[in-house]
Write a protein that binds this ligand. Sequence first.
Ligand SMILES: Cc1cc2nc3c(=O)[nH]c(=O)nc-3n(C[C@H](O)[C@H](O)[C@H](O)COP(=O)(O)OP(=O)(O)OC[C@H]3O[C@@H](n4cnc5c(N)ncnc54)[C@H](O)[C@@H]3O)c2cc1C
Length: 404
Amino acid sequence: MSRLFGDHFLNKLTSEERVLITRLRAICDADIGPNAAQVGSKDDFAWDTFRLLAGAGIIATAFPEQYGGTDARQAVRIRIIEELGRVCSAAASMITGADLSARAIVAGASDELKAALVPRLANGEIQAAFGLTEPGAGSDVRSLKTTMQRTGDDYVINGEKKFITRAGTADWLVIVGRSIDDSSKFIAALVSRDAKGVTIGPSAGKLGWYGVPIASIYLKDVRVPATHRLGQEGDGFNLAQDALVRARIGHASMALGRAIGAVEIAATYACDRDVFGKSLGGHQGVQWMFAEMVTQIEAARALVALAADKYDSGDADSAIYASMAKLHATDLGMKVVTDALQLTGGRGYLKDFPLERFFRDAKLNQIGEGSSEVHKTVIGRDAIRRAAKADRNPCLRDGSLTDY
Ligand SMILES: Cc1cc2nc3c(=O)[nH]c(=O)nc-3n(C[C@H](O)[C@H](O)[C@H](O)COP(=O)(O)OP(=O)(O)OC[C@H]3O[C@@H](n4cnc5c(N)ncnc54)[C@H](O)[C@@H]3O)c2cc1C
């Protein structure tokens, strides 16, 4: 059997990486896909899916080999996330979430902490959550108000974090706050969920992404040893930034995987369903919709692959390309899922049909890890900054353009 979408990106992987993807596909076919409707029916943490991914070594791909991981390239991780996104957003989010929640630990924790925690994060024995967003600081995240005060060998943390994925199941919380002594300095610290003064709120009801609940975290005079600071004082945002860049490429891959799954489902319907004397897919208007969807998905896959390559090679532009990939792929993902549902008519609207879940899940990719509007602002600002320094187009004559 061949797939509707080409496997051309797999040719760029090593044979070992291809084996991993083949193994993951078998797991998606046998378990994650058939169970996705059940996972998507209520918003409890999908432990079975998590354990399956951990047992198959998929969670470990986010972590360095030195600490029990397999440290997969982003070029591989986008394929993993796409495969999972094609069938189950919760499963895909467990992989992007490993980057978001644990990357700052890998990058900034002491060697002792890493040796104690990272192997257990990599094998799924424990989990971490990433607490950046606050009630008054989402898109404008630098206005966060959580404070960290150094007192002797400890930091005392006070604040509130909102919308935190896996807050209810995480053993460790990466909390980003602001130094009380120097408010320009952001600090990231690792907080045990059992620390005195930590309260996790109830799960917040949400539209989609069932299987990975979110909750608020309240921190009241929480003491953590200074050895649990990640990086140096002032590094808080840089550490968060690397986690976010990886997670943004992940959001883009997840949105594309879901879009691929949606088109596959709509295409099967278009082949099965007869309308006005021929198959739905036999009508030119319907074929044009498929033409737009498959062409735009393939173009977006190329952009996401470019962003992953840039990240893997340490390119200075990788953050901007991650923003472009996220903006384009997640907006496209929402449009494709909407069009695919439209093509399946009343059946697409039924709870029983997978596109209802795909439709609910698609929206968050445009909001989390920076909304589409925030990424547009970042990309546009960067484009204008580059334009001011770039070579002039040779069609222009010398001098100011206002002199034309
Ligand atoms: C399911 C879910 C899981 C999440 N998981 C985590 C997590 O694990 N950790 C974490 O720290 N956070 C998490 N978040 C928070 C998420 O990152 C924020 O919701 C997101 O960054 C947007 O912030 P906000 O919701 O406060 O929106 P706001 O900042 O209130 O923005 C609202 C909207 O305004 C628009 N907007 C904002 N700024 C601009 C601008 N400059 N120009 C034009 N338009 C603009 C955008 O459309 C934006 O969506 C999660 C959120 C959800 C819903």
